[in-house]
Design a protein around this ligand. Structure first.
Ligand SMILES: N[C@@H](CCC(=O)N[C@@H](CS)C(=O)NCC(=O)O)C(=O)O
Length: 226
């Protein structure tokens, strides 16, 4: 039995979806964000020293309480342990396995960083005193121009080109690669990417949201916003 420590409006939502797809026995403990700072609550921060969502807790082979963090690590752990018929990820000898690994790492390792920087732009600019706002704005506009715009654009173009060719990231069927990528793509489509430039991504996100296990995960995890 797994426990997913789930912070509201966070990337732990996709872990609930994965547990549904793998038909695992799990429970969800829900935690709120601080209404002012939007950071994880004190209660959540006490679960694991890193204080980040998701946290997966379970008893290991020796019966000891164990906690695992980092979405990609949790996903890989669950696939290896439970997807033994390789229904949701390719077998290591399958040529698609390298693509699966790529998406698993690309999601958090490359894509989320620049997206989070852009999100911090909004948060910080809203928070600073009014007389600092123009300077904060200038700094972030500079970052946009010097790094974020073309970095994010090249990543989204890469995803768009993949989805122009295939219905899902690994071909014609949903896999764990789609579940791990769902969070940054959903967040971007709900946010400020230019949707006219990425029609396949927009369609794909719409399709993911119609998946029955995705919907079930939303029921279990609670309302979800970005
Ligand atoms: N790369 C980590 C990122 C974890 C992370 O930043 N989680 C966010 C939720 S979307 C969080 O816990 N934020 C609360 C906070 O920073 O206080 C993962 O995928 O597990």
């Amino acid at each position: 039995m797994y426990t997913i420590h789930h912070l509201e409006n966070s990337r732990s939502q996709r872990l609930i979806w994965l547990c549904e797809e793998l038909n695992l026995s799990y429970e969800v403990k829900r935690y709120n964000r601080d209404p002012k700072t939007k950071r994880a609550s004190k209660e959540f921060q006490q679960i694991h020293p890193l204080g980040k969502s998701p946290v997966l807790s379970f008893s290991n082979e020796n019966g000891d309480d164990t906690k695992l963090v980092e979405s990609g690590a949790i996903f890989e752990f669950l696939f290896q342990k439970h997807d033994t018929d390789f229904l949701h990820h390719p077998h290591p000898t399958d040529p698609q396995y390298k693509d699966f690994l790529f998406w698993l790492h690309f999601s958090e390792g490359s894509l989320m960083g620049p997206l989070s920087m852009r999100y911090m732009h909004q948060v910080v600019t809203n928070k600073v005193p009014f007389f600092i706002k123009p300077f904060a704005g200038l700094i972030f506009t500079g970052m946009e121009k010097a790094y974020l715009t073309d970095t994010i654009d090249s990543m989204f173009t890469y995803v768009e080109n993949t989805l122009q060719k295939n219905e899902y990231l690994l071909g014609d069927k949903l896999s764990g690669a789609d579940i791990i990528m769902s969070f940054p793509l959903e967040a971007a489509v709900a946010g400020r990417i230019d949707k006219t430039k990425y029609p396949a991504i927009v369609q794909y996100v719409k399709k993911l949201k119609e998946n029955e296990n995705y919907k079930k995960a939303i029921e279990v995890g609670g309302p979800y916003d970005y």
